[in-house]
Design a protein around this ligand. Sequence first.
Ligand code: F0G
Length: 352
Amino acid sequence: MWKGLVEHYRKHLPVNDSTPIISLCEGNTPLIKLNKLPQELGLSIEWYVKYEGLNPTGSFKDRGMTMAITKAKEAGDKIVMCASTGNTSASAAAYAARAGMKCCVVIPEGRIAMGKLSQAMIHGAVVLQIEGNFDNALDIVREITDENQISLVNSLNPYRIEGQKTGAFEIVDDLGAAPDFHFIPVGNAGNITAYWKGYKEYKDKGKITKLPKMMGYQAAGSAPIVLGKPVSNPDTIATAIRIGNPASWKPAEAARDESGGVIDMVTDDEITDAQKLMAAKEGVFCEPASAASIAGVIKYSKKNVFKDGQKVVSILTGHGLKDADRAIEISAEPKSIAGRKKDILKILEQYL
Ligand code: F0G
């Protein structure tokens, strides 16, 4: 029985026999091989998506949160706190509930997808909306957690990175090797940092001989690392990565440079097209931010640098249902018809 990633990878994580592990059986997410998309794009690569939307709260944040909340519990903290574009708050609220701790989340008002907000609320977090953006929220939360006995559970918390590095372990355990390219959306830049740490640790332990190129993708309206300077008013439909001054900026650049990868950006249109392609051609529903890792492959493939048979992994960081409003906005409207058999059959004629 799968007991969660801390149990499974405990020898790689900072826990001991007396650590009270707080888990919702996260991790062990599927690595799905894409069938149609490579063909349609004329690519002869072996392309996989890691469907992190299948974690308990619907995003990759659960990997880091199981560790962060476990360590906060071990330290005897009663309150945890985070700033969030949505998924971190959903995950923190759920794991805090599981641990019997209070959670406080600070979010940018009106910029959180409804699914994520509903999660923080139903799990009983103190939900505080501010007028500013994520970067402003994180500044406040850092100050408060520095000055009080409250655990910060954003990815600045090193235990978050420890938990999230297990995503790299799972990919290697599934493929028997590291992929040639690892495509990942970049917001606050914790996840690219964590995956790179995971791959390097597996290499140090002799489990792999070759490391992947780390390929990070920001949204064009929120691309500080690409532009080389903070963006004061970040904007994108991919609200999860609407971040102008990433906390893990330097480690993300290190991952890029040490691996020989790139950090680039994709437009909202490219993100939307990629999200629709994944859903319609492969049956995998991811949220807009996640689709940046698909749009990234499409953009990069135009440089004609992929070699036949190379292994490419895209991380689908969150489930599409998180932002159902957006999916409805970009999809064909339901048709209203009279409920008669012949009306329905008339519409289906073209597919028969
Ligand atoms: N994809 C999704 C779905 C996210 O929610 C996030 C970040 C990212 C990608 C980017 O990951 O920050 O590690 O580079 N969401 C954070 C939040 C900021 O508050 O939920 P990152």
